[in-house]
Design a protein around this ligand. Structure first.
Ligand code: DMJ
Length: 628
């Protein structure tokens, strides 16, 4: 044991060694010296480590070493003001800044609370619009070069169950019909344009060239509004993976527009799925070469690959057809809004310009117009085939523009006046009908297609000039009654393709080639509009009569088929389940038995294939699909 005072200095200062030692090398230390040295060294290391842990903000230092990415993130969020917050001076400055920001936020909140709710909402909308615009300005386009659009679902995409039990049951029945039509198509004809329900195979009409899947695209929105989401998803998946427009074949510009472009647009607006917007714009772009004519009046037929167009060989002197070139407006206006490309809108506005420059016989629009000369072809006027949806789109262009398209409005009401004067007649027994006009002579025949006019006139009655609203509602109701008669006077209780008011008959087909029924929607469409505007129960009853007839005579094991003669005692099937049966007939039936707030007219207009498109609000021009 050593007394404390005798402890050699060398133990504390080993490297200053005793004077008589020859070598200062540590190897020459004694064991105790080595032990003490080790103790001192480890105490030193412990101290250093302690310092790292207990120094202020040491966690940041460590995180910088061990958790590199989170440290970087922290720095990004705190920003330059806090990055040097280690010193006391910086702490003060930081505190002062936080206080200042806090006071500023309080003042802003106070200001906001003093504003009216409307003003607050407008401010929010303006801010959002600014962000959207900025992102577009920065080239905010998606992978397919489409502008960024914030999606808002318009009201009434789906609807509540009807209150009344009978209506509820009937609506459920129509959904079951849709399921049968869809399942059969899926089972026997998946990917083809249409189904042959008797022979249980696919059917392809040459209207769509080599484009496939017309039934899938036409049915999308019906599946959605009936809440058949599993089926809707399967259809979406097919569109994503298999819908192909790169075909070297001629298509009908009109048919492809109303069924494919219209179907895709509606599916987009209902579901918000980008794939539909992308596909609609892609197809719209492929249709643009059809407008390469001296007048800009498009060709009826177009080869999608070569971009070469032509007209139907049977159309008067190479003319384009009113109902075809006049039924692009609604879809093309939406294409411009969804793509940011004004060309679509310009093309259809030019059609109006050409029409407005032309002299109209008795104020009527002939069905044929030559796209090279810009002159009318044969003077044949019809509110049915070849003319029909041109009139429909004038009215709906005005409604879809939030009633700002005054030109469309005027053209519609002027045309309707000319139709009333020159084409609308009453039969001996009081049935109102719309005849056809051939060079000034009337043909007293009304097509099944013309029956849509009841719904159109009812839809436009409210905006009719003068005090004609009541008058137009009466006209609409009379047309609905006549078209119902055309069904009631057959054996199968389904309407013929055309019916006549001459030779002693009224509302009856007299020619064999006009006796067929191909699952067309127009009569049911008119019932739906009349029900919405009048709530007269007879329209639902008439609709239900049609459901029963469809079930009895058109339903087969493999789907639904058209019939060749509605006056025959039993059906002779045509073996085609038309895609518009799912797009239109079943949709209008379903809506006839739904509440009015399901796809309400103040927010939606239906294209001519019953694809709902939202009203474009005049006060929200930056937000294409926002309607509320
Ligand atoms: C549909 O394709 C459309 O309704 C078009 O406007 C007319 N023809 C069929 C239905 O009959």
């Amino acid at each position: 044991p050593h007394p404390k005072g005798k402890m050699p200095v060398a133990t504390l200062l080993p490297f200053t060694a005793t004077p008589n030692r020859k070598s200062a090398s540590p190897t020459s230390f004694r064991l105790t010296e080595k032990f003490i040295l080790l103790l001192v060294f480890s105490a030193f290391i412990t101290l250093c480590f302690g310092a790292i842990f207990f120094l202020p903000d040491s966690s940041k230092l460590l995180s910088g070493v061990f958790f590199h990415s989170s440290a970087v993130e922290t720095n990004t969020h705190t920003g330059p003001d806090s990055s040097d917050a280690g010193s006391a001076g910086n702490d003060d400055r930081l505190l002062a800044k936080i206080k200042k920001d806090h006071e500023k936020a309080l003042l802003e909140a106070k200001d906001t609370l003093q504003k009216l709710p409307d003003v607050i909402q407008n401010d929010i909308l303006a801010d959002k619009a600014k962000v959207t615009k900025e992102s577009m300005g920065k080239g905010g386009k998606d992978g397919n070069n489409l502008p960024f659009i914030e999606y808002h679902r318009p009201p009434g995409a789906t609807g509540l169950e009807p209150q009344d039990p009978e209506t509820r049951e009937r609506r459920a029945k129509i959904k079951e019909m849709m399921k049968h039509a869809w399942d059969s198509y899926k089972r026997y004809a998946w990917g083809s344009n249409e189904l042959r329900p008797v022979s249980k195979q696919g059917h392809s009409s040459n209207l769509f060239g080599d484009i496939k899947g017309a039934t899938i695209v036409d049915a999308l929105d019906t599946l959605y509004i009936m809440e058949m989401f599993e089926e809707f998803d399967a259809a979406t998946d097919w569109v994503e993976k298999s819908l192909d427009f790169n075909v070297n074949a001629e298509v009908s510009v009109f048919e492809v527009n109303i069924r494919f472009v219209g179907g895709l647009l509606s599916a987009y607006y209902l579901s918000g799925k980008e794939v539909f917007r992308r596909k609609a714009v892609e197809l719209g772009e492929k249709l643009l070469p059809a407008f390469k004519t001296p007048t800009g009046i498009p060709w009826a037929l177009l080869n999608l690959k070569s971009g070469i167009g032509r007209n139907w060989p049977w159309a008067s002197g190479g003319s384009s057809i009113l109902a075809e070139y006049g039924t692009l407006h609604l879809e093309f206006m939406h294409l411009s809004r969804l793509s940011g490309n004004p060309e679509f809108a310009q093309k259809v506005m030019n059609i109006r310009k050409v029409l407005n420059r032309l002299e109209k016989p008795q104020g009527l629009y002939p069905n044929y117009l030559n796209p090279n000369s810009g002159q009318w072809g044969q003077h044949h006027v019809s509110v049915g085939g070849l003319g029909d949806s041109f009139y429909e789109y004038l009215l709906k262009a005005w409604l879809m523009s939030d009633k700002t398209d005054e030109e469309g409005k005027k053209m519609y009401y002027d045309a309707l006046q000319a139709i009333e004067t020159n084409l609308m007649r009453k039969s001996t027994n009081g049935l109102t009908y719309i005849a056809e006009w051939k060079g000034g002579l009337l043909e007293h025949k009304m097509g099944h297609l013309t029956c849509f006019a009841g719904g159109m006139i009812a839809l436009g009655a409210d905006g009719a000039p003068g005090d004609k609203t009541g008058h137009q509602m009466e006209q609409a109701a009379e047309i609905a009654r006549t078209c119902h008669e055309s069904y009631a006077r057959t054996t199968l209780k389904l309407g013929p393709e055309a019916f006549r008011f001459d030779g002693g008959v009224e509302a009856i087909a007299t020619r064999q080639n006009e006796k067929y029924f191909i699952l067309r929607p127009e009569v049911i469409e008119t019932y739906m509009y009349m029900w919405r505007f009048t709530h007269d129960p007879k329209y639902r009853e008439w609709g239900w009569e049609a459901v029963q007839a469809l079930e009895q005579h058109c339903r087969v094991e493999g789907g639904y088929s058209g019939v060749r003669d509605v006056y025959a005692s039993s059906p002779n099937y045509d073996d085609v389940q038309q895609s518009f049966y799912l797009a239109e007939t079943l949709k209008y039936l379903y809506l006839l038995f739904s509440e009015d707030d399901h796809l309400p007219f103040e927010h939606w207009v239906f294209n001519t294939e019953a694809h709902p498109l939202p009203v474009i609000r005049k006060d929200k021009t930056d937000r294409p699909n926002e309607v509320e």
